[in-house]
Design a protein around this ligand. Sequence first.
Ligand code: CP
Ligand code: NVA
Length: 302
Amino acid sequence: MKHLLKLLDLSGEEIIEILNLADQLKYEQKHGISHRLLEGKTLGCIFQKSSTRTRVSFEVGMYQLGGYPLFLSSHDLQIGRGEPVQDTARVLSRYLDGIMIRTFEQDEVETLASVGSIPVINGLTDFCHPCQVLADLMTIRELKGSFEGLKMSFIGDGNNMMNSLIVGGLKVGMQVSVACPEGYEPDRRVLDFAAGNPGFSMHRKPADAVKDADVVITDVWTSMGQEEETERRKIAFAGYCVSDSLMENAKPDAMVLHCLPAHREEEITASVFEKHASEIFEEAENRLHAQKAVLVKVMGNK
Ligand code: CP
Ligand code: NVA
């Protein structure tokens, strides 16, 4: 695996390999077994949007793997003043061993990878959030034992999370059902990928999507960069809250995930959030283990 740009680029087997390595690294870390698999390597972490989990998990992950992370905020980089990504990629390729980037346009990440000569990891774009969904899949397998026979439902915006969950969930063999209001559907590339897969269904009513679900997932109604649409979105997404009454449609032992940050009483009630807090924070912890697995896959000695 050269880069992690989007889950559409990976096979189901490659995703499972990353999850297996993530499980192993989690076990080793919990048992004090050192794994300095990226000794002396450097990772530049470019952030054009805010972050808590992605920034900290990549920085700590690199440190635990024996490497060195550099936090590169677009406020300080010349990229923030308009230096082309093509030039930035060619310069950084001469200093670093890898780049993690969080930005707006998926094209920017793809360009960075095609023009530069070092591995590129997508730390979130408007299109997708592959690192988060690897952690989500890791958490689902950890808590449910396997993906076999599972139904995963996503309620809310057809955003980066919905896009990656549809692709990742179907690739590992789960059934995936989503519910979103009209005009907030997932990306066309994702719908094309899911088309014809009998495991995929899209609904308008959240209750239809979560029927007999084993895993229920949601995310904010207004993603980073869409702040001006907040009020319009609150109206469009009314009725798309993951509440106790909605959860009555899912299986009694259904788990709930949220990539965080969460807005209580918007996309999820405080009651559902707290009932499922142990799952949601395991998911957050698994960002660290999943990110380390991705780093080793793209930057480790082959
Ligand atoms: N879930 C997630 O990516 O969190 P951050 O925005 O804090 O990195
Ligand atoms: N959909 C959210 C995810 C944040 C981790 C956003 O893009 O802001």
